[in-house]
Design a protein around this ligand. Structure first.
Ligand SMILES: [Zn+2]
Length: 95
């Protein structure tokens, strides 16, 4: 299985019918989304993930690639941060 830190090794990654295999080391990621402008959400993500692609290649990813992949994977199943996360409002931030 290949282990990729960043997208910069390959400018684009193609996954057709990718299957999410497993993840480890959950944490609370702070994210935004172009589908929900000007809002910030906290969402549980795995730091490390493994995917299986349609031609039988398994690949593992670390942040930030693993976070982007989990975010986009949710979109494939029609989920946005409105379903998967908790909105963080300015008044929630301790200064
Ligand atoms: Zn999004």
């Amino acid at each position: 299985m290949r282990y990729d830190n960043y997208f910069n090794k390959e400018r684009y990654l193609r996954f057709a019918n990718a299957k999410f295999l497993t993840g480890s080391r959950e944490f609370f990621s702070i994210e935004g989304c172009l589908s929900i402008p000007d809002k910030t959400f906290g969402v549980k993500r795995f730091e490390d993930i493994a995917l299986w692609d349609d031609i039988g290649h398994g690949r593992m990813f670390l942040p930030p690639a693993s976070i982007v992949i989990q975010h986009e994977y949710d979109h494939i199943y029609g989920k946005t941060l409105l379903q998967t996360g908790l909105e963080i409002r300015n008044e929630d931030v301790i200064q």
